[in-house]
Design a protein around this ligand. Structure first.
Ligand code: ADP
Length: 359
């Protein structure tokens, strides 16, 4: 197992495109780190620089405290699992999993024992004689993972490993990856654009946008203490609601609504008189009806989506759309006028210009 240090890592591609800016991160031994963000934000580029598949333009990359910028992929002792599986189609599952060890000239008996052990962890014991084309997508991905975990490496790198699977397989494989990490305890870096994967798998998440790290933290920290609108809107499903309004004498006005801010929030925005701020709350942090110690809003229901465990209620507040998560038994009618409450402690305020949280 290895620990990694990324200090001011930058990637500027030969065409001049600056894909990663000053990336800083210390990764502990055995940690499960997830890079998350929309397509094109620099996740794969960063992962590939760690793998040694892409040059680091500037900054320092250390493995176990040793500068590794110039090391080749082999010397770094990393194993990578790709989105495309990259299995050898003419080789059996056994040979695919054994491939790395065979190349290293490991003793046949040892290989046999290790492949069998790996296959057991991954539930592939009955498929060892099959060719990849006779496997489901999920099984193929397990073979690809098997090929990676059979070698003794310091770090596992996974680039969107579940994106070729259907929704159900993704959920199954996600928990399997968590199990594998638990049993191997290996340092892992996992790239995804899916916030649910990030939240469920990660010890710590790195949220990226346009080549810049936005925030690094545990799933809990990102959910409860997002630093800006981007992170708040990326984490959570449905994401946080944002209503833009203007501060006026201890109130927040948006559309025809005027909310009297309580003392604590009023204090936070005392320098924002006449300026725009963003009022944020999560769909699941509301109550229908009136409640004490809460902001109350009146609105009209535009659409409802009954999802089984909850109903999503679509509304408009001021100029902005919002979603409320309610108990399906309380699902309101379309066009119904409703009141809902947001407990004061569940409200987030952001600067209307910088979109950074107002502390
Ligand atoms: P992600 O993995 O977050 O989807 P990538 O790391 O693949 O994003 O890409 C980050 C940015 O760098 C994108 O804008 C992409 O178009 C650009 N990029 C990727 N590879 C190259 C390359 N070889 N040359 C120039 N630009 C590239």
């Amino acid at each position: 197992m290895a620990y990694l240090t990324l200090k001011n890592i930058n990637k500027i591609y030969p065409n001049g495109y600056h894909a990663v800016h000053n990336f800083n991160l210390d990764i502990d031994k055995g940690e499960f780190i997830v890079f998350v963000g929309p397509s094109g934000c620099g996740k794969s580029t960063t992962l590939r620089m760690i793998a040694g598949l892409e040059d680091i333009s500037n900054g320092d990359f250390l493995i176990n405290g040793n500068r590794a910028n110039e090391w080749g992929p082999r010397q770094r002792e990393v194993a990578m699992v790709f989105q495309s599986y990259a299995l050898y189609p003419q080789m059996t599952v056994f040979d695919n999993i054994a491939f790395g060890l065979t190349l290293q000239g490991v003793d046949e008996e040892v290989i046999e024992e290790k492949v069998k052990h790996t296959a057991e962890i991954l539930g592939l014991t009955d498929y060892l004689d099959r060719l990849p084309r006779a496997l489901s997508g999920g099984q193929r991905q397990r073979v690809a993972i098997g090929r990676a975990i059979i070698r003794k490496v310091g770090v596992f790198l996974m680039d969107e490993p579940l994106s070729n699977l259907d929704a159900k397989q993704r959920v199954t494989m996600r928990s399997e990856i968590a199990q594998i990490h638990k049993s191997t305890g290996a340092t892992t870096i996992y790239v995804t654009h899916d916030q649910t994967e990030a939240m469920t798998l990660a010890d710590r998440i790195v949220v990226m946008k346009d080549g810049y790290v936005q925030q690094i933290g545990t799933p809990y920290e990102l959910y409860y203490n997002p630093v800006n609108v981007f992170v708040a809107g990326f984490i959570g499903e449905p994401p946080m609601n944002f209503i833009r309004g203007t501060v006026q004498g201890g109130t927040l006005g948006f559309g025809d609504n005027v909310l009297a801010l309580d003392k604590k929030l009023g204090n936070k925005v005392k320098d924002y008189e006449g300026k725009e701020i963003i009022f944020g709350f999560r769909p699941e942090h509301i109550e229908l009806g009136k409640a004490d110690g809460a902001y109350q809003l009146e609105t009209v229901v535009e659409l409802t989506e009954m999802l089984g465990d909850n109903t999503n209620v679509y509304i408009t507040a001021g100029e902005d759309k919002a979603i409320l998560k309610v108990d399906p038994h309380d699902t309101p009618e379309i066009d119904e006028k409703i009141t809902f409450s947001i407990p004061v402690e569940n409200v987030y305020l952001f600067d209307g210009e910088t979109e950074m949280v107002i502390k």
